[in-house]
Design a protein around this ligand. Structure first.
Ligand code: ISL
Ligand code: CA
Length: 537
């Protein structure tokens, strides 16, 4: 396949409100990101993805936008952003922004105008429907609410929302709306940004047939509807193809066959995608399933489109807690999971704090949580008469707040994140688990990430090499090969608490990276090894 800068890149995701607070208001800010660009560079990442920082009432932490052209006060100012972008570029870092155009905030002027009257010119920017037999048009759910329809009393119509009630969906059938969005994309690209992470981009087209679904909890009816590819082709022609930028689509509910339609290089819609067969569909580690998913995506995209690898983000519980071991084997398992994302086919994404093995949290009361998805679900389930304690317990592991606690920079108060009161409590383990500690230790998770990133950067086989699963049937050992020309890497991972022996022989001399100290042949719990032939690095 054609070689490009972004295929070779490692992306570092910055959830800025939890990164570094520089003015003591308890929220991270763009100035905090700017101050830490050197840190991101030192790690070895190439691209910084910033979560939304546009003006927003913040019902869904910036994913409910009220003004696409301005920076929200918590984040700082446009000057802060411009300075951040300029300094990032000086350091050789690219910057991509979140593009959230499936919906706006209900406080966006378009929506205010739209709901003011049935004849408002902005009415068609959103999706409205008359009541059917006195109630919602159908039984569809939304991500964050029991129905995707919200009744607007004054106009006596329902509007459609795939997420919270405060996030009305835009009507992409409306040409004028589409062109407003394209203008907005050009505004940011003209400022010099290097691309977009596109929020739930495969939800733009809506299902036409409004009949009830059999299982409203399977939300796949919200996505991949006819018309979606026309919009993306138009977006490319109008905007993207005129810039040297990268795009990564957030594309839930796709298997490889459908996923390919979005990233097929000959179709040219998006560069790469996040599929959710792991993050949304594999709640805890399941080795055989994981291997199957990797093989299927490799075969499905091979030679035609580019994948991404991630095991956590701002919506998904930290990977050591969810897929590794955040107790005794925290360090080893953090490194093992890193080995996976950096050696499997696709672009590796690092979510802030992952590079020091940060862990999830468990708060005692629902009041300590902020995640709108979790809080709405809690209210719904408790409303049905379920025991609040059980409901809380059932929602804790996957609460989005697990990954949103502030970055742990050092052992000082609030982990060095803020001098004020943090908007979200810092994980109490910050005293021992923080960036300063990791930077001071040679065998830290941070330094292992550095080595992995360097190894990948210096070896195209880890990026462009053919992928072969060497142990498809093993439930705890993972081994695969990446091969390009004469260069062959073998990656071996013991994803378990047991010591294991390698079921095939391999030249011990060809070992180039290992995540634990081990003088024996056997693989220790959570041991990861990378072998390379010929051995010259
Ligand atoms: O968080 C999830 C499961 O609990 C995901 O399924 C997630 O909600 C979904 O992938 C869409 O996420 C994106 O759009 C949302 C926003 O709340 C998320 O933060 C964003 O990543 C609506 O804009
Ligand atoms: Ca701040």
């Amino acid at each position: 396949m054609k070689r490009t800068w972004w295929k070779e890149a490692v992306v570092y995701q910055v959830y800025w409100r939890s990164f570094l607070d520089t003015n003591g208001d308890g929220y991270g800010d763009l100035e905090g990101v700017r101050q830490k660009l050197g840190y991101i560079k030192e790690l070895g990442a190439d691209v910084v993805w910033l979560n939304p920082f546009y003006v927003s009432p913040d019902k869904d932490n910036g994913y409910d936008i009220a003004d696409y052209y301005r920076v929200m006060d918590k984040a700082g100012t446009m000057e802060d952003f411009e300075r951040l972008l300029k300094e990032a570029h000086e350091l050789g870092l690219k910057v991509i922004l979140d593009l959230v155009v499936n919906h706006t905030s209900d406080e966006h002027p378009w929506f205010r105008e739209a709901k003011a009257s049935k004849t408002s010119p902005k009415r068609e920017y959103y999706i409205w429907h008359d009541p059917v037999d006195g109630s919602a048009p159908n039984n569809w759910r939304s991500y964050f609410a029991p129905s995707c329809w919200k009744y607007d009393e004054r106009i006596a119509q329902y509007y459609y929302h795939s997420f919270a009630v405060e996030q009305p969906d835009l009507n992409w059938e409306n040409e004028e709306l589409r062109h407003e969005i394209y203008n907005m994309m050009r505004f940011w690209l003209d400022k010099g940004i290097d691309g977009f992470r596109m929020d739930v981009i495969n939800l733009l087209a809506k299902r036409k047939d409004l009949s009830d679904v059999d299982n409203p909890y399977d939300l796949s009816y919200l996505a991949n509807n006819p018309g979606i590819h026309d919009y993306l082709q138009e977006m490319r022609d109008e905007v993207l193809k005129h810039y040297d930028c990268m795009t990564v689509g957030e594309i839930p509910f796709v298997a490889p066959k459908e996923g390919l339609l979005y990233v097929d290089e000959t179709r040219g819609e998006l560069d790469t995608l996040f599929h959710f067969q792991i993050a949304d569909e594999m709640p805890t580690w399941d080795m055989l399933r994981f291997k199957q998913i990797q093989r299927d995506w490799y075969e499905g995209l091979n030679g035609r489109g580019w994948n991404s690898q991630f095991l956590n983000n701002h919506d998904h519980t930290r990977q050591v807690t969810r897929y590794g071991n955040d107790g005794e084997h925290r360090v080893a398992s953090a490194k093992l999971l890193a080995t996976l994302t950096h050696t499997l086919p696709g672009m590796p994404y690092i979510y802030q704090g992952e590079e020091i093995g940060m862990t999830g949290v468990k708060f005692d009361s629902i009041d300590d949580y902020q995640d709108i998805a979790m809080k709405n679900r809690y209210a719904e389930e408790v409303g049905k008469g379920r025991d609040p304690k059980d409901v809380l317990a059932s929602l804790q592991l996957l609460s989005r707040d697990n990954s949103r606690t502030p970055m742990q920079w050092n052992a000082q108060k609030h982990g060095g994140f803020t001098d004020g009161k943090p908007w979200m409590p810092v994980n109490p383990n910050y005293e021992r688990l923080n960036v300063e500690t990791d930077l001071s230790r040679e065998d830290s998770v941070f330094h292992y990430y550095q080595q992995l990133i360097r190894l990948r950067k210096n070896n195209p086989a880890l990026i462009y090499g053919e992928f072969t699963d060497l142990l498809p049937e093993d439930e705890s050992l993972h081994a695969y090969e990446r091969k390009l020309g004469q260069v062959r890497f073998v990656i071996v991972l013991n994803h378990s608490h047991e010591t294991r022996t390698l079921p095939f022989s391999i030249d011990a001399q060809s070992l180039v990276l290992q995540n634990v100290e081990n003088g024996t042949d056997g693989l220790l719990p959570y041991e990861a090894r990378i072998y390379m032939t010929p051995t010259a690095r």
